[in-house]
Design a protein around this ligand. Structure first.
Ligand code: GDP
Length: 434
């Protein structure tokens, strides 16, 4: 997917353009609760091509003055995006702040497109030529309020983007990432894993974007640990802010097959943990819940049971995700992690035979007959698996309206019981057979 970031000083219309792109041109694939309120990141499709958009204006940093805010936003764009859109306002002309932003962006080797917003009429569009002096090439006129110019801009962005290989095209490679709030211990876990005896780091770094991914083998299986850039480039001011952490998590999740959600045993479960977990779940990734810093907790015989119950209650939607209690510091139980990742990655890719699947269906119907509504009875004729990653099943029925959420859920639970789908969500689609 192409990732675009929109950068610019306040009031040039970053959010308007973001919403225009996301709201009209891009069909949103998913909308994550908690992130929509002040949305800074969206993923979708434009003319059949996948596209992610970051509105850096939505990233706010406490205690930072105006100039350093913009500075950080530009830096994030340069770190995260494939193509950067620098937005300006034709009515204000080229301002000192624009010059400062342009100066920062001229340093990156990533493509930058200069867009001039609020060019609502022909007269204003004639004024955009002034913006050549920012040294960022041809200015593209936009009208956020009228939705003009976006098509050309996005087309240009796709032209400029260099193709980033999708690691998940390689079916044998297990891609995973540690996701979580700041300070839960993600970097410590990265280092601890790489220090494991049987983990052999390969020298493939540099083959993907910014060399941010780490490749290793374990038990003759190839792993790619995704998106450790945020971890390696430690020390940046914005790194420990929560919104940045969420955005980072979203980017990492997208590129991974397995998302390892890291919780901090000392701090317990927090709202932000759920937002991040929700995103991984919605994205259909395999998920492991890792409770880190287990060493730091005062424990008794019931601690693990209590923590598990709390997780199951608060993350009810992740009932399929295995839980592992570890310490990056003492290495407790960390040895089990690569194997667990391998297992859930395999389950995520599991294909089951149609014949066996339909035996499961017949059994399921015996246990819990399909519901009726207003005298009409649901008939589920057969089940078939249409894809993997996550395993996706289609149930062919006589009448879609009779298929309730609860029965769909019952069927996926029966599938879960019959096959090993630990750690992966299962998607169920209902279709009418005419
Ligand atoms: P990140 O922001 O998620 O990458 O978190 P870090 O890896 O930077 O860890 C944050 C802090 O927690 C650091 O001071 C670590 O030393 C500490 N930490 C990480 N893992 C553990 C652990 O398992 N036990 C304890 N006691 N401290 C840990």
């Amino acid at each position: 997917a192409l990732t675009l970031a929109i950068v610019g000083r306040p009031n040039v219309g970053k959010s308007t353009i973001f919403n225009r792109i996301v709201g009209e041109r891009v069909s949103i694939v998913e909308d994550i609760p908690g992130v929509t309120r002040d949305r800074i990141y969206a993923r979708g499709e434009w003319l059949g091509r996948s596209l992610n958009v970051i509105d850096t204006g939505g990233l706010e940093f406490n205690q930072a003055d105006f100039m350093s805010q913009i500075h950080m936003q530009a830096e994030i764009a340069m770190d995260e995006a494939d193509v950067i859109i620098m937005l300006t306002d034709v009515r204000d002309g080229v301002t000192k702040t624009d010059e400062m932003v342009a100066k920062l962006l001229r340093k990156t080797d990533k493509p930058v497109i200069l867009a001039v917003n609020k060019a609502d009429n022909p007269e204003q569009r004639a004024d955009i030529y002034d913006f050549y002096r920012l040294g960022l090439g041809d200015p593209y006129p936009l009208s956020g309020s009228h939705g003009l110019g976006l098509g050309d801009l996005l087309e240009r962005a796709f032209q400029l983007a260099h193709k980033e290989p999708d690691l998940n095209d390689d079916e044998d490679l297990i891609t995973f990432s540690f996701i979580g709030r700041p300070n839960v211990g993600k970097s410590s876990l990265v280092n601890a894993i790489l220090g494991e005896e049987r983990v052999i780091v390969s020298d493939l770094a540099g083959t993907t974007r910014d060399a941010v991914d780490t490749f290793f083998t374990y038990d003759n299986r190839d792993f790619a640990m995704i998106d450790t850039a945020g971890i390696r480039k430690k020390g940046k001011v914005y790194e420990k802010t929560e919104k940045y952490a969420v955005m980072r998590a979203m980017r990492a999740i997208e590129r991974s097959r397995v998302a390892v959600l890291v919780l901090n045993a000392e701090e317990g479960i927090q709202e932000q943990d759920k937002t991040i977990a929700g995103y991984a779940h919605e994205a259909g990734k395999a998920i492991i819940i890792l409770v880190n810093k287990w060493d730091a907790l005062e424990k008794d015989n019931h601690s693990m049971k209590k923590f598990t119950e709390d997780i199951r209650y608060q993350f009810a939607f992740l009932d399929y995700a295995p839980i592992l209690f570890v310490s990056a510091k003492t290495k407790q139980r960390l040895k089990q992690l690569p194997e667990l990742i391998e297992r859930v990655a395999d389950n995520h890719q599991r294909r089951v035979q149609s014949s066996v699947l339909n035996e499961v269906l017949n059994q399921a119907i015996l246990i819990n007959p399909a519901p009726s509504d207003k005298g009409r009875k649901l008939r589920v004729y057969y089940l078939t698996q249409v894809s993997v990653g996550p395993p996706t099943f289609v149930a062919f029925v006589n009448d879609k309206e009779l298929m309730h959420f609860s029965y769909e859920r019952f069927l996926s639970n029966q599938i879960r019981e019959a096959f090993d789908f630990e750690g992966t969500p299962i998607h169920m689609i209902t279709r009418e057979r005419k």
